[in-house]
Design a protein around this ligand. Structure first.
Ligand code: 5GP
Ligand code: ZN
Length: 137
């Protein structure tokens, strides 16, 4: 993808603070970190959205996500880690090249997720949605 920001980073046409690189996967610091050390992990090949990534490639990406999380816990002495991944503008995705956010968390780091738990009016509504999803697998 010629005009994809992350493909340009992979090709070295844009600078990045690299954390990890192999033939298939690149990890680099997010330029606008939620918390300092916030790292993006991407397949080097351009895929979007998440379901488009071949399972073998995704497994390689996830192995690096796990290693980065461990490095944040060990190397940055993070107290916790969030993993975040968005698909589609409606989900808040800005860069349409599959990427995982690996975010180190510290007590009093100033960030909190605006996670509003909703609910279902009837148990039947849950059952129907679960069935719909099962049928789509
Ligand atoms: P999204 O909302 O698509 O999941 O997140 C895209 C992320 O990419 C954002 O957190 C943003 O800060 C980061 N980002 C956008 N452009 C660049 C860039 O040129 N370099 C780096 N390192 N990160 C970027
Ligand atoms: Zn790309």
């Amino acid at each position: 993808m010629n005009d994809c920001i992350f493909c340009k980073i992979v090709r070295g046409e844009l600078p990045s603070a690299k954390v990890y690189e192999d033939d298939d996967v690149l990890a680099f610091l997010d330029i606008g970190p939620i918390v300092k050390g916030h790292t993006l992990v991407i397949p080097k090949a351009h895929y979007d959205p998440l379901p488009a990534v071949p399972a073998a490639q995704l497994a390689k990406v996830m192995a690096v996500v796990q290693r980065i999380a461990q490095a944040q816990l060990n190397g940055l002495s993070a107290d916790g880690v969030n993993i975040h991944q968005s698909n589609g503008a409606v989900a808040g995705q800005i860069v349409p090249h599959v990427h995982f956010h690996v975010i180190p968390r510290f007590a009093n780091d100033g960030h909190s997720w605006n996670w509003r738990a909703g609910g279902y009016s009837q148990p039947e509504e849950m059952k129907a949605l679960a069935e719909k999803l099962r049928a789509a697998l």
